[in-house]
Design a protein around this ligand. Structure first.
Ligand code: ATP
Length: 296
């Protein structure tokens, strides 16, 4: 088989039989597949006068189940955001196919929402108007979407701030507005590009628990880019480890922890340390080229 879909590592408690990586090749059963990337390659113009091509992604094969929470983890520059941009339909692959529920992705679509590291709110609009911006621009009747926009604001704990402006909010509050906005159209898939990367550690934990809760309630399929190993282990069903130069799926970690999860329960779980160690080992191996770039 040419470039298998994934090599899977199932973490087991330290000391337990079978604690060494179980490297097998698996595919998600057909019926439950939401997103499918097959043989995806992407390159960009590069170098002086843009005369060369830089291959960023090569032969990416990945299947995401409906309602699954998948985290993408890998060294800086391995192409994680490029994968999200392709899934969002902001860009298209040079090779291969990307589909959602069997239909090729050809451009942006409200069924696929995106949340970025910076919440990118409109400063001249109130919190409520920011949340409701999409349906309002689509010309929908306010009676159709305003009750849901208010409900989402309540869910993210910002009901009392509906008439505030973004500059009157903290960074974490702004990101909660962005979450409510992304969820308003009821997306089938939410693509999240380091959404909590700019937040302090404590706010980040609150946001992770909030996201976990909304995800569990809505059953939205989530593809989440992060650099934070603990975040990926707390949130993900599976963690897709990418290799660098060019970006490929190197290994997929099955996250074994029961839900609902709490940070304390995870830390006490004997499978936590082996999983984290495995991820850090891959990140170290894949980051070698960064050191070479910094110290040629
Ligand atoms: N539109 C573009 N034009 C040219 N090169 C691009 C473009 N988008 C991304 N790249 C290049 O593709 C590579 C991968 O970028 P990408 O942002 O996908 O990586 P990443 O894994 O998300 O990185 P990080 O973790 O540092 O955010 C980088 O070398 C980047 O310079």
């Amino acid at each position: 088989m040419k470039n298998p879909i994934s090599a899977v590592f199932v973490p087991t408690p330290e000391g337990a039989a079978g604690g060494t990586p179980d490297l097998t090749h698996t595919q998600v059963p057909n019926a439950s597949v939401s997103i499918r990337l097959q043989g995806v390659g992407k390159s960009f113009a590069h170098g002086r006068r843009q005369a060369q091509r830089l291959t960023v992604l090569e032969d990416i094969n990945l299947e995401v189940r409906t309602g699954e929470f998948v985290c993408l983890l890998g060294p800086s520059g391995c192409g994680k955001s490029t994968v999200l941009n392709l899934l969002a339909g902001f860009d298209s692959p040079d090779h291969g196919t990307i589909s959602l529920d069997g239909q090729a992705i050809r451009g942006p679509d409200p069924r696929r929402g995106m949340v970025f590291q910076q919440p990118t709110l409109f400063p001249w609009l109130t919190v409520l108007d920011n949340v409701a911006f999409g349906p309002r621009m689509a010309g929908r009747d306010a009676r159709d979407y305003l009750p849901e926009a208010r409900r989402l604001l309540r869910q993210v704990g910002l009901e009392r701030y509906a008439e505030h402006y973004p500059w009157q909010l903290s960074g974490g509050m702004r990101q909660r507005v962005a979450l409510a906005r992304a969820w308003l159209p009821g997306p089938q898939v939410l693509l999240m590009d380091e959404p909590f990367g700019a937040l302090d550690a404590q706010t980040r934990l609150v946001m992770q628990e909030l996201l976990n809760r909304i995800w569990a309630e809505t059953g939205t399929t989530i593809v989440f880019v992060t650099h934070d190993v603990d975040e990926a282990l707390f949130l993900g069903d599976r963690i897709v480890m990418m290799s660098a130069h060019p970006g490929r799926v190197r290994e997929i970690i099955e996250v074994p922890f029961a839900r609902p999860r709490t940070p304390d329960a995870l830390l006490a779980d004997p499978a936590y340390a082996p999983a984290k160690r495995r991820i850090l080992q891959i990140l170290r191996e894949e980051s070698g080229h960064l050191l070479e770039e910094i110290n040629p």
